[in-house]
Write a protein that binds this ligand. Structure first.
Ligand SMILES: C[S@@+](CC[C@H](N)C(=O)[O-])C[C@H]1O[C@@H](n2cnc3c(N)ncnc32)[C@H](O)[C@@H]1O
Length: 209
């Protein structure tokens, strides 16, 4: 296992363990991707699990990879220095390629950058950037046709993010919850981490958007 302590993270250990487990249960039916990868803290455990399961496809990674003030602060807390506006895509690749090196990185804004996706079946789809509209619904629209009923796992890492917020921001951050509740017949909830944010679902039945 790769030592994660030096990689700044916006996700918790317990979620990393779950991502590793999802990877280990890869069924060989489609690729894996993450939208909102930052420096790789959540991609790495997923990739470690995937490697254990014999994953042999490209891993699709999307992010702006431009360091923000908030990211500089978060990284600084674990001794990693970033510069404002720094391109982080190389750091991401360096971090994750120790686990798996068939990584396709697409710097830029989601959902526009999703136009680079090949359109192959997706087995594992992790969202850690789309949490408000229009980005959330446009990301769903760009990808759901490639999800496999009964197989694909959708991880929404900011699912419970709204809970600590108030006012319009809370309403905006509830978009993923409203979406999943509105299409509850199409998904089974597999796991939830209300204290840290994520929820994981299996796509069961074709969405009709
Ligand atoms: C919460 S952080 C990801 C943390 C990472 N998954 C981890 O576990 O450490 C969210 C990331 O999404 C990216 N992001 C947010 N909105 C975006 C957008 N519309 N397009 C591209 N990247 C975006 C940010 O650059 C940031 O790196």
């Amino acid at each position: 296992m790769i030592e994660e302590k030096t990689i700044p993270s916006m996700t918790s250990e317990v979620v990393h363990d779950y991502l590793r487990q999802i990877g280990e249960n890869w069924k060989g039916q489609g690729c894996a991707m993450e939208l909102g990868c930052w420096l790789g803290a959540s991609s790495i455990p997923l990739l470690e699990g995937l490697v254990k399961a014999g994953y042999d496809l490209d891993f699709w990674a999307f992010d702006r990879w431009k360091a923000t003030e908030f990211q500089i602060y978060e990284a600084g807390a674990v001794g990693v220095k970033l510069k404002l506006g720094e391109d982080l895509s190389e750091r991401y690749y360096e971090n994750v390629s120790e686990a798996y090196d068939e990584i396709l990185t697409f710097p830029g804004s989601i959902p526009d950058s999703l136009a680079n996706f090949s359109g192959e079946p997706i087995e594992i789809c992790i969202f850690d950037a789309p949490k408000k509209n229009p980005v959330f619904i446009k990301s769903i629209e760009a990808l759901y046709k490639y999800w496999i009923p009964g197989v694909t796992i959708l991880g929404l890492l900011d699912y419970y993010f709204y809970a600590a917020k108030v006012g319009d921001n809370r309403e905006d951050l509830k978009i993923p919850v409203r979406f999943m509740e509105g299409y509850s017949e199409c998904f089974t909830r597999l796991e939830k981490f209300p204290s840290t944010g994520p929820a994981f679902f299996r796509y069961e039945k074709e969405l009709d958007l």
